[in-house]
Design a protein. Structure first.
Length: 118
């Protein structure tokens, strides 16, 4: 069982930055694939960024060059650094974890709200 707790959301002006954190419980963090998803009002949940156990990363096209995902295995934590935030970025951001195998169970955090407004 893996529990995920996100933090770091909030209100920021357009062009501003936020860093989200996701702390995971348990002892298997280093072999988990980690990711950040977001869900805006009336929209489906979508992948923002992911990082494999080996540290390889992938990003949605709309955040490339602005967001950076990073993991710290010593702290059981994954981060999402969000820069140059845009009016279209507001959403509830969710942390995701799963073993990198077919049909793996996915663990989700409770979500953290990101609002971009002047």
């Amino acid at each position: 069982q893996v529990q995920l707790v996100e933090s770091g959301g909030g209100l920021v002006q357009p062009g501003g930055s936020l860093r989200l954190s996701c702390a995971a419980s348990g002892s298997i963090f280093s072999i988990l694939a980690m990711g950040w998803y977001r869900q805006g009002p009336g929209k489906e949940r979508e992948l923002v960024a992911g990082v494999t156990p080996g540290g390889s990363t992938n990003y949605a096209d709309y955040v490339k060059g602005r967001f950076t995902i990073a993991r710290d295995n010593a702290k059981n934590t994954v981060y999402l650094q969000m820069n140059s935030l845009k009016p279209e970025d507001p959403a509830v951001y969710y942390c995701n974890a799963h073993l990198p195998i077919i049909n793996a169970h996915h663990y989700w955090g409770q979500g953290t709200q990101v609002t971009v407004s002047s």
